[in-house]
Unconditional design. Structure first.
Length: 149
């Protein structure tokens, strides 16, 4: 048996599920009724689902050692980034503004990329890095998912 090439669910470990849920709801994301308040929140996206779970619960479930949170989560890059592709440079700037208004930290303002696109970065209140990008070589389908050649 092989491993299916799909991402069904991306889970973010958070310090406070209720606070993190409020942040993503303020971005306009739709919370699933399958969510359990304060325990796990599921959000519908154009691709797989996004879930929010307490970091301590994830480490306990996986049998990993508990990690002490850094003093400044927004500056603690964990080697993982999530990305949202949008239809234009103006949409990048608007999404970054909306994220900051919802409580995100702007990491890098929107700007031209050396590969011909336009992008910017923010971190959510738990320090998860998000990229908002426009790639003119990747058209978006009606759900906003990039269509690669």
């Amino acid at each position: 048996m092989s491993v299916p090439a799909r991402v069904s669910l991306a889970t973010l470990g958070v310090a406070d599920v209720a606070r993190a849920t409020e942040f993503y709801e303020s971005l306009g994301w739709r919370l699933s009724a399958a969510s359990v308040p304060g325990v796990v929140s599921f959000f519908h996206t154009a691709g797989g689902l996004l879930s929010l779970v307490a970091t301590d619960d994830i480490t306990a479930d996986a049998g990993l050692p508990t990690r002490q949170p850094p003093p400044n989560p927004a500056a603690d890059f964990r080697g993982t980034m999530l990305a949202i592709n949008v239809e234009s440079p103006a949409a990048v700037d608007e999404a970054l503004r909306s994220a900051v208004q919802a409580g995100a930290t702007l990491v890098k303002a929107g700007g031209a990329a050396e590969w011909g696109g336009y992008l910017g970065y923010f971190t959510d209140p738990d320090g998860h890095l998000w990229e908002i990008t426009h790639n003119p070589a990747w058209p978006l389908d009606p759900a906003g998912v990039p269509q690669l050649p």
